[in-house]
Write a protein that binds this ligand. Structure first.
Ligand code: ACM
Ligand code: ZN
Length: 538
């Protein structure tokens, strides 16, 4: 029994081990040379070995019948064969082998033991993602690289990077310097949870230069991870409007939000805190296209996320420019005005060979292009998602109860993530192919450091990795938990602050509505908060 996560689709353990060393001969197909180099470095700890021979004991060979991200591994009688149709397949074979080597007793310093196994593996979903929110808190290059390393180990391949929101603009845009000069800074931060009213009493700021972004994108690419940027609009746009007031329907002063969730301004009777960009003015589109021009140069991903959720529209109903735009385009209501806005952005992105992704609320517009990808997050059922998939549209699933990793484990225990199945109630079996994949979300309103981030992420990220990788019929929560205990030994060596069982699988769940509401109002995010030292770990 190994602690492998995600569990391979098919694996037979044959008993015993094969041994390899720095001098093991490697044969590779020229197309997989980079994969053979990677294997030599990661598994044998060897420099690139410029040796290729038919009688080698390690062989990395192309097999076009193996699925795009899949691989086959056979280890027996002192020989190791890795088959794949692309570098990504070899990359994932190496991730599996690294875990297998970790779980195998190693006795000789200069030899590596690999258990004798036969594995055939491939992912269920092509999109296996994690959203990381740096608009609430800026974590910086080293932390984002650590997250990318951990994602790669678990075969996740998409980082959805939430770079802008009301609370901060975190990416340099050369054409609009105030986006970071003003938009990346805020005077304070809410702490303790929704409706709590407390403040940290400290200024917060930070952003990535375009050079930083290029470095991080390249780092991700080396690990088979695509980064999808999210520039949130037309709502969650206060950090942009703070520097450029003309982006709103009314050109009035705007501040980068120094609170989360709006409780403080509501208490203060401050009416104008929650506003959207004006979709009536052409200058709004010019501005956004200018931002897009620079972002698409930084991120090679074929997707571009604009959020599109929770857009307040009262101002649009009174704005002469919005009203004029609606009349000119025969738009029946402000929902369709958001549809028009999204379609304008989608069209512009298509001219740059990018596909638009929006949160599912934005699918309620009657006029949205079906080429737009919807990301389903809302905790309640949304009929528009089914409608979108029936019309041939595609979706990414981030269902709140399973994939909102910022929520307390007391509200959403680990099994919510592991036992999640998108096909059935949410998406009809017939439309299964419309699901691009699954994505966990780490929003950071109440997470200002890596220790808390890691505790919210792990072990949920391991569960997500497995749900996205293997089909429902092949999953067992009990079996997963057994493997998880061993797998966490890897996290121990990396000093990852994962949540212990007592936290991630709490006994007394808040089932009754009233209890839940009381708790929600007080602080849904309170947790047993311990760092590694407090848990007695080195
Ligand atoms: C969201 O959580 N509003 C996408
Ligand atoms: Zn307007």
């Amino acid at each position: 029994m190994t602690g492998l996560i995600p569990k391979p689709l098919k694996m037979t353990e044959k008993g015993g081990y094969s041994e390899f060393g720095k001098n093991s001969k490697i044969y590779w197909d020229e197309a997989l040379r980079k994969g053979a180099d990677f294997l030599a470095r990661e598994i044998l700890g060897a420099e690139i070995i410029d040796f290729s021979s038919e009688d080698a004991n390690i062989r990395v060979v192309t097999d076009k019948t193996v699925a795009q991200e899949g691989y086959a591994v056979e280890c027996a009688d002192g020989k190791l064969i890795v088959k794949a149709s692309s570098f990504t397949g070899v990359f994932y074979a190496v991730q599996t082998l690294r875990q297998l080597v970790f779980f195998t007793p190693q006795t000789k310093a200069d030899r590596i033991r690999i258990p004798n196994v036969k594995i055939e593996d491939r992912p269920r979903f092509a999109h296996r993602g994690l959203l990381f929110d740096e608009a609430r808190y800026f974590f910086g290059k080293q932390n984002i690289k650590r997250i990318l390393d951990l994602m790669a180990m678990y075969k996740l391949n998409v980082l959805h990077w939430h770079l802008t929101d009301d609370t901060g603009w975190r990416v340099e845009i050369k054409k609009y310097p105030l986006l970071t000069e003003i938009g990346s800074k805020r005077k304070d931060s809410s702490v303790g949870g929704w409706r709590n009213g407390k403040l940290m009493g400290k200024h917060h700021e930070g952003f990535y230069t375009q050079e930083d972004i290029r470095e991080i994108v390249a780092y991700a690419q080396e690990r088979g991870i695509m980064i999808i940027p999210e520039i949130d609009m037309p709502a969650h746009f206060a950090a942009a409007m703070a520097g450029y007031n003309y982006l709103g329907c009314r050109e009035i002063p705007c501040e980068v939000h120094w609170f989360f969730g709006g409780n403080i301004p509501i208490d203060m009777g401050w009416k104008d805190w929650n506003r959207s960009a004006c979709p009536g003015k052409e200058t709004t589109y010019e501005f956004i296209f200018g931002v897009i021009d620079e972002i698409v140069e930084l991120f090679p991903a074929p997707y571009f996320h604009i959020g599109g959720d929770e857009a307040p529209k009262d101002e649009w109903k009174k704005c002469p420019e919005c009203q004029k735009k609606m009349k000119e385009n025969n738009l029946k209501d402000v929902e369709d005005l958001q549809g028009y806005f999204n379609n304008r952005i989608a069209e512009y992105l298509e001219s740059k060979n990018k596909r638009l992704i929006v949160w599912n609320e934005a699918l309620s517009a009657g006029n949205l292009s079906k080429n737009v990808v919807g990301q389903y997050w809302t905790p309640t059922y949304d009929k528009n998602v089914k409608k979108h998939t029936k019309n041939g549209g595609q979706v990414i699933i981030s269902k709140h109860q399973a994939f909102y990793f910022d929520m307390g484990y007391n509200q959403y225990p680990l099994k919510n993530t592991y036992k999640f199945e998108p096909v059935g109630k949410m998406i009809d079996k017939k439309q299964e192919d419309s699901i691009l994949g699954l994505e966990g979300a780490l929003w950071t309103e109440w997470i200002s450091d890596m220790e808390k981030a890691e505790m919210q992420l792990f072990p949920r990220l391991q569960a997500l990795a497995e749900v996205a990788w293997i089909p429902k019929g092949k999953r067992s929560f009990t079996d997963f938990l057994e493997r998880l205990h061993r797998n966490n030994e890897i996290l121990d060596t990396l000093k990852v602050n994962y949540a212990e069982d007592s936290v991630s699988m709490p006994k007394g769940l808040l089932k009754r509505k009233k209890e839940l509401k009381l708790w929600y109002d007080a602080d849904q995010h309170r947790e047993v908060r311990l760092n590694r030292e407090e848990k007695g770990k080195k």
